[in-house]
Design a protein around this ligand. Structure first.
Ligand code: NAP
Length: 489
């Protein structure tokens, strides 16, 4: 196995030597071709993904559109070119006591990237998902460790990418797909000296293990692991008084969406003890009772869900408000539970993500205790405020806590359904991710796979196109402190 994996990384590095110089225009054609090839797989892909994950075909119509959409978005980004953040400070000959040299910098690709495909998004966060699309856009060859829960789906998508590689006449090892179920594979690939960065979506234990493998290398490399969160929702009183039925309906949908197998699932909801909070809790239970129970992705995830529920629901002080008690292999019952903040604060087991259609309402005595509970939760991908304008005026101080806790703050909507945009942050303080400075969704995801390089007094003819005086690509650059597309001199 070691020899085979060694060969994979050597081939990826060989591809890097040419792929890093491929222009934005060619990369755009390549990323568009991958999207076209994925679409050309037609219903076979959707049906295979559905069969391997127990999720309905319609879910994959949407996920395929998202996957192809983000590939094309990254194509547009690198074709336009300004994403390299070129900065030029021209020479000042008469600066005293010494002339100021000509300094120019831009982002360059780091090298071969290893991607661990996620089990819960077989298309959008797996083989041709956001990690792969952003790394290929940056100019990094990709090695995907396919998730064993959907091998045939991974193979189909890997075939589509390889076909795009050959249609675009790129180096044949710009993309490689590795299969297998041993943790050794991930460990060897992460620790291989030619691996330059890692993208991961999955469990805290898996992400942390991979982060530790990378940190233990002779030359450590960055690991961008997205490991989930409980996505605390803050329920404020005026909003519950005016909109409880609508909020309960929205959140019942969000808690059960994709059988709760979303990293942005609202797993903890905080409110202040009141009759409106009680009313909302009953409404949410009623809404959940009207939704069917479905099968989870695979045996391991189902087992983790059942064990997580056992731990929480049999805990002293935790009250089960709704439990569907559905039966059948891999079927996950939606569950709503409630606990008082005093109990919650004393029991860290209640703070952990339960991956599945579950949410825990934490009842606080007052605002001070709500803040204490909110701050006791570790780093989060999202936090949500359900609040009227009046609530927000009264509790403006909550904004500072929200920004400390999470990477994305949602107002009066559900946290599930992550938009792919230029401003998206799908990240957050540890343990939501291993590097809170970056995002794994949205156009800025490309920044994980580059490093800045500075050229000092470099002759114009040797500079990359992005930094040449004439600005042949017409990109937006910061020249002597001003953003401009104008040529220099
Ligand atoms: P996982 O167990 O973390 O596995 C994800 C990938 O990482 C797999 O390819 C796995 O390898 C690899 N891996 C895990 N631990 C490793 C280790 N110690 N060394 C090397 N490689 C390792 O995630 P999963 O299978 O998707 O689901 C398990 C649990 O993860 C779920 O129950 C849920 O709690 C959580 N999860 C969270 C999210 C989220 O977005 N928050 C998403 C998915 C899952 P193998 O292929 O060899 O198994």
């Amino acid at each position: 196995m070691i020899n085979e994996l060694n060969k994979v990384m050597e081939q990826a590095y060989e591809a890097y030597l040419s792929y890093r110089h491929v222009s934005g225009k060619v990369k755009k054609v390549f990323l568009n071709t991958i999207a076209d090839e994925i679409e050309a797989l037609g219903d076979v892909l959707l049906e295979t993904a559905s069969k391997e994950t127990n999720l309905p075909v319609v879910r994959f119509t949407g996920e395929r559109a998202r996957t192809c959409g983000q590939l094309r978005d990254f194509g547009r980004l690198v074709d336009e070119g300004s994403w390299v953040e070129a900065v030029v400070d021209t020479r000042i000959e008469d600066r005293k006591p010494a002339p100021k040299p000509d300094m120019r910098k831009m982002a360059v690709p780091v090298g071969p990237v290893l991607v661990f495909g996620a089990s819960n998004f077989p298309l959008a966060y797996a083989t041709a998902g956001g990690d792969t699309a952003s790394a290929l856009a940056a100019g990094c060859p990709v090695v995907v460790k396919g998730h064993p829960a959907h091998p045939e789906t991974s193979r189909l998508v890997a075939g589509a990418i390889s076909s795009a590689v050959s249609k675009c006449k790129l180096h044949p090892f710009v993309f490689q797909h590795v299969e297998g179920t041993s943790f050794e594979i991930g460990k060897i690939l992460t620790q291989h000296p030619l691996t330059a960065g890692v993208g991961f979506t999955g469990s805290l234990s898996g992400g942390r293990a991979i982060y530790d493998y990378a940190a233990g290398r002779e030359v450590p490399i960055p690991v961008f692991a997205e490991m989930g969160s409980t996505n605390p929702v803050i329920l404020l009183k005026d909003a519950l008084m005016h909109r409880a039925p609508e909020v309960a309906r929205q959140f019942a949908g969000s808690i059960t969406m994709g059988v709760g197998q979303f990293c942005t699932n609202p797993g903890i909801m905080l409110g202040i003890k009141s009759s409106v909070l009680n009313h909302f809790t009953s409404l949410l239970a009623l809404e959940l009772s009207m939704l069917p129970a479905y099968k989870m992705l695979h045996k391991g995830i189902h087992q983790n869900y059942m064990e997580g529920l056992d731990k929480v629901l049999y805990d002293k002080g935790v009250e089960t408000i709704y439990h569907a008690h559905a039966t059948g292999s891999l079927v996950a019952s939606p569950v709503l539970a409630r606990v008082h903040a005093d109990t919650f604060l004393k029991n860290p087991d209640l703070h952990h993500e339960i991956f599945g259609p579950f949410s825990l309402i934490v009842v606080c005595n007052n605002k001070q205790q709500l803040i204490e509970v909110w701050e006791s939760l570790k780093g989060q991908l999202t936090t949500t405020l359900i609040a009227t304008a009046h609530d927000l005026e009264l509790h403006a101080d909550l904004m500072d806590i929200a920004t400390t806790v999470a990477g994305r703050i949602v107002f009066n909507a559900v946290p599930t359904g992550v938009e792919v945009s230029n401003a998206t942050v799908h990240g957050g303080p540890y343990p939501a991710t291993t590097d809170q400075r970056f995002t794994s969704v949205g156009m800025d995801a490309v920044k994980r796979w580059v490093r800045p390089i500075c050229y000092q007094d470099c002759p114009d003819e040797l500079l990359p196109e992005e930094l040449k005086n004439s600005n042949p690509l017409g990109i937006l650059r910061k020249v002597n402190g001003e953003f401009t597309r104008t040529a220099i001199g």
